[in-house]
Design a protein around this ligand. Structure first.
Ligand code: FES
Ligand code: FES
Length: 156
């Protein structure tokens, strides 16, 4: 066991963790930040997606120790100044979820995609989002929501 401190949503967060603890376990189990979902734990469903130095990252596939010195951002930190992020608002407006299990990972992936500032086509949205599993089959509404959010002038 060893104490590890990571920057999570701009705040230092510490936990006494076992060697090999994944970033997902650090967030979900040690910090009890359950917005980051625990799905397959083998990198295939996308439910655990967070931002690591601004890039969408599957938190089940990296150890917490490997994130030392990097900025971790989770869905809990996406809203700012009392306002939802454009992607969060678009998911609500388009009702792009049903059970909501996949939603935080989808939103974090989409938020990172919008931060790329590259022109966003439907094909590009589908390419980035296709690695995320939605058991409720909300894919078409999710794509519409992301394309709508991309029209907002400021995403972060
Ligand atoms: S829980 Fe990490 S990709 Fe499924
Ligand atoms: S909304 Fe239920 S898994 Fe996607």
């Amino acid at each position: 066991m060893a104490v590890l401190t990571l920057s999570v949503n701009g705040e230092p967060r510490s936990a006494n963790i076992k060697t090999g603890t994944t970033l997902l376990e650090f967030l979900h189990d040690y910090l009890e930040m359950t917005g980051t979902r625990c799905g397959c734990e083998e990198g295939t469903c996308g439910a655990c997606t967070v931002h690591l130095d601004g890039r969408a990252t599957r938190s089940c596939m990296i150890t917490a120790e490997a994130c030392a010195g990097k900025r971790v951002a989770t869905v809990e930190g996406l809203a700012a100044d009392g306002r939802l992020h454009a992607v969060q608002q678009a998911f609500l407006s388009f009702e792009a979820f049903q059970c909501g299990f996949c939603t935080p990972g989808m939103i974090m992936e989409a938020a990172a995609l919008l931060n790329d500032r590259k022109p966003l086509t439907e094909a590009r949205v589908r390419l980035f989002m296709e690695g995320h599993v939605c058991r409720c089959g909300m894919y078409n509404d999710i794509v519409k929501a992301v394309l709508s959010a991309a029209k907002e002038p400021k995403h972060d």
